[in-house]
Design a protein around this ligand. Structure first.
Ligand code: PMP
Length: 401
């Protein structure tokens, strides 16, 4: 018998499975709203002009393909930290931020979870919002953490259940690990306000919880990298010892290059050195060292004033196009007398909108209109454009009538 005779068939990935169905559909009108990747106004993948320029520079410089150190490209790590925390951030200035390059945001999360599993003394339980990015749960479990949930989304208002969120975080045993989406919460597109973040910081401090930030969309949420980093920077100012996962997939459009970072705010330089040493010990047997190309691109852009400014305006353009699609979708749905309240389409933030469509309506849209999304009703706003938005709005309107 085959060695794998007893391997059970697993279910398809709930997000990437949507793309498979989309690909198999022959309709010329088909739309894939499943995957969170930015598309330009014509529905095509978008390579940022700043990225193109940086790549040309790299080719001209004749860069080699040597191994990076275990923790990646030093210039990238420094610039990634400055982007997230701000140049004047105390842990950076005082040399007490441990940071390593990672295989995009997912890899950052995986290293972070492994580190907590090994060294966080208070708890092995991580609290994630309900709902959260689907991959958070298996990723934390595979790293040996127990996953519990805190309330986040209120179906009745299609907004934040702030009271529920606070109550659950308060009720978690002291010293629990609390995972927070820094901005552009996936899948709901609903973020706490700045004053709500301040309250959360206070509760987390009082309960001696450990804040674990996942920031996969800096700049992408509002178009402003500083505004999107508010929660992280505020928590640092308040003295939290947090960890932060960063992804450059969305804000630089470097999805397939897999470039990210994970950082730990430490008490002092000496502690940082010990954390660094253990990060290396975790990473070395996982994948030895990270890929070089994407980190070089990011480093070339963030490290050059002109390219950096170009990039800031490109991120803003991407965010603004998404925001304009929100406006247009809302207006269309209202014009079509679509039953229900659709204001959330406009108020939600980032790549996604949590439409409130039911799994049955989602199925109907796939079957009748060749429109594909995850069954929770999440749509990637970036997949909508002037050409397909009327078709989409009409189909949604019909599906809910
Ligand atoms: N966290 C969240 C909340 C995300 O939405 C994503 C991307 N879908 C990631 C992390 C990581 O993505 P990547 O590994 O492509 O950087």
């Amino acid at each position: 018998v085959s060695a794998w005779a007893n391997v059970p068939q697993g279910p398809p990935d709930p997000i990437l499975g949507v793309t498979e169905k989309f690909k198999a559909d022959p309709s010329p009108n088909k739309i894939n709203l499943g995957v969170g990747a930015y598309r330009d106004g014509k529905g095509n993948p978008f390579v940022l002009p700043s990225v193109k320029k940086a790549e040309k520079q790299l080719v001209r410089a004749g860069a080699n393909h040597e191994y990076l150190p275990i923790t990646g490209l030093a210039s990238f790590n420094k610039l990634a930290a400055e982007l997230a925390y701000g140049k004047d951030s105390a842990p950076l200035k005082e040399g007490r931020l441990a940071i390593t390059q990672s295989i995009s945001g997912t890899g950052a999360l995986r290293i972070a979870a492994a580190f907590l599993g090994r060294f966080y003394p208070e708890s092995k339980t991580i609290y994630v919002p309900t709902p959260t990015w689907g991959n958070h749960i298996p990723l934390a479990k595979d790293s040996g953490l127990e996953v519990k949930h805190y309330k986040y989304f209120d179906k009745s208002t299609v907004g934040l259940d702030f009271e529920g969120m606070k109550a659950d975080i308060e009720a978690a045993p002291e010293g629990s690990i609390i995972m927070l989406h820094a901005c552009a919460h996936n899948p709901t597109g609903v973020d706490p306000t700045e004053s709500q973040w301040k309250e959360l910081s206070e509760i987390i401090k009082q309960k001696k919880h450990f804040p674990f930030f996942d920031m996969a969309y800096q700049g992408f949420a509002s178009g402003d990298i500083v505004k999107d980093a508010f929660a992280v920077r505020y928590f640092v100012e308040q003295g939290h010892q947090l960890l932060l996962c960063q992804s450059f997939a969305k804000n630089l459009g470097l999805y397939g290059e897999r470039v990210g970072a994970v950082s730990f705010v430490c008490a002092d330089k000496e502690e940082k050195a010990r954390v660094d040493s253990q990060l290396k010990i975790i990473i070395r047997p996982m994948y030895s060292n990270p890929p070089i190309h994407g980190a070089r691109i990011v480093s070339a852009i963030l490290g050059d004033e002109k390219l950096y400014n170009d990039w800031l305006s490109e991120v803003k353009k991407m965010a603004d196009r998404i925001i304009s699609m929100r406006e247009k979708l809302y207006t269309n749905l209202v014009k079509l007398n679509t039953p229900g309240e659709w204001g959330h389409i406009k108020s939600q933030i980032g790549m996604f909108s949590f439409t409130g469509l039911t799994p049955e309506q989602v199925d109907k849209l796939a079957e009748k209109a060749s429109i594909y999304m995850t069954r929770d009703g999440r749509i990637s706003m970036a997949a909508l454009n002037k050409k397909n938005i009327d078709y989409f709005a009409k189909a949604v309107s019909q599906a809910v009538k």
